[in-house]
Design a binder for this molecule. Structure first.
Ligand code: AOS
Ligand code: ZN
Ligand code: ZN
Length: 388
């Protein structure tokens, strides 16, 4: 059995990065329901992220999205984060919301549009230099809607050229994380549709280019844990965008739709050393909270990731390997299910108490008075997400 003290230590040192855009208003293309008290600027988003960290103890990093989080002075924003007990994490680029990107960004047929897109990515690296961020996170909406609209191979060439220019600009400690997505907003071809395409580009670029697995970006039934295991083995797993999906890129709370899938994914991470900081796997949330309270939803998501992590760390790997070596199919499966079926909530409550935290982060947040304060103080919050 895994040693309980080691499990607790691993749980205490877990780092979950929360997304600035998860704290703002968002919605579907049908309606954005505004929530009172949402942040009016990136400083207030950082304030909300700090609240999540204050009650969970494992969310000390907030990732930014440029231009949604564009500020005059990034040093001031980084300092503000530090004062609040958190730090700035991945810089997410945005090459999808300007009119010129109708036919794509880095893979656009027009070199002038490609230049604008690459310049934006280079600007994001400048920002990373100031904020001390390690990761440039790239997701491209690029693709086509109709057969014949553009040349698939030429688009790959343009994409590769753009990525190479940006990769060359990275500092020695910085990484490029390339996200893939099956479809949407392009419906016929997407230029980075799957982990294989992302992996191939990252391989060509170099060791500081790695793949991001957004759990919502796959076809139904895809075995995501296989992808995770494969990428870890190849040292190409840069990180996760955690969220839940029922149908497409739903961006619901991580661990809500399929906690068993999250456990299976994190089991591969645990088994293959992915929680060790030196492996560099970033554990981000990429979520939008359309109808639920935003800060409590982020807290719940962090707790869901913690619960799945605890279960993954409780897998008896010795027993698992023994069963596998003996060809004991049901035995191996039982080892995994035993861990998954363990109620880890008392363990996590204990871990939090040992960290000087309230065992119940949601109750702690409710008692903090932060929600009442922001509703009273903040008027005219910003809309996070598409089109913001
Ligand atoms: C888009 O579908 C991707 O999941 C992005 O990672 C995300 O939603 C956001 O744009 C951050 O870049
Ligand atoms: Zn994502
Ligand atoms: Zn997405």
């Amino acid at each position: 059995m895994p040693e309980l003290r080691a499990v607790k230590t691993a749980l205490k040192s877990q780092v979950i990065e929360t997304p600035s855009w998860g704290y703002g208003n968002s919605g579907t293309r049908f309606k954005v329901f505004a929530e009172p008290g949402v942040p009016r600027d990136p400083f207030e988003k950082v304030d909300d992220a700090a609240q999540v960290h204050a009650v969970t103890g494992v969310a000390p990093v907030v990732s930014l999205h440029i231009p949604w989080d564009r500020v005059e002075d990034y040093t001031a924003l980084a300092r503000h984060a530090k004062e609040r007990g958190v730090r700035l994490g991945a810089i997410n680029a945005n090459t999808f919301q300007d009119d010129v990107y109708r036919l794509g960004s880095v893979a656009h047929p027009d070199p002038k549009v490609r230049r604008k897109a690459v310049d934006h990515l280079l600007e994001c690296v400048d920002i990373m230099d100031t904020t001390g961020s390690r990761d440039l996170k790239l997701w491209f909406a690029d693709g086509t809607n109709y057969p014949g609209q553009d040349d698939i191979t030429a688009r790959q060439d343009r994409l590769a050229e753009a990525l190479a220019e940006v990769y060359a600009r990275l500092g020695a400690e910085q990484r490029m994380l390339l996200e893939y997505k099956l479809f949407e907003p392009s419906f016929y071809t997407t230029d980075v549709p799957d982990w294989g395409t992302s992996y191939a580009h990252c391989l060509a670029l170099g060791e500081r280019a790695q793949v991001v697995v957004d759990t919502g970006h796959h076809a139904p039934g895809t075995n995501i844990e296989f992808i995770v295991a494969f990428l870890l083995r190849q040292k190409k797993l840069g990180g996760f965008d955690f969220n839940s999906r029922f149908y497409a890129d739903d961006d619901l709370m991580a661990g809500a739709a399929d906690p068993f899938q999250l456990f299976r994914i994190l089991h591969e991470v645990a088994k293959n050393g992915g929680f060790a900081p030196e492996t560099g796997v970033a554990f981000l949330l990429d979520q939008c909270h359309n109808i639920e309270g935003k800060i409590p939803a982020v807290i719940r998501s962090v707790m869901n990731v913690q619960e799945a992590t605890a279960k993954a760390l409780l897998v008896d790997l010795d027993a698992l390997r023994a069963a596998q070596a003996a060809g004991d199919v049901l035995g191996g499966n039982a080892v995994l299910m035993d861990a998954y079926n363990t109620d880890v909530r008392p363990l996590l409550a204990e871990v939090r108490a040992e960290q000087g935290l309230d065992p119940d982060p949601l109750a702690a947040y409710r008692a903090s008075g932060h929600q009442q304060r922001i509703v009273a103080d903040r008027v005219g919050g910003t809309q996070a997400g598409w089109g913001a």
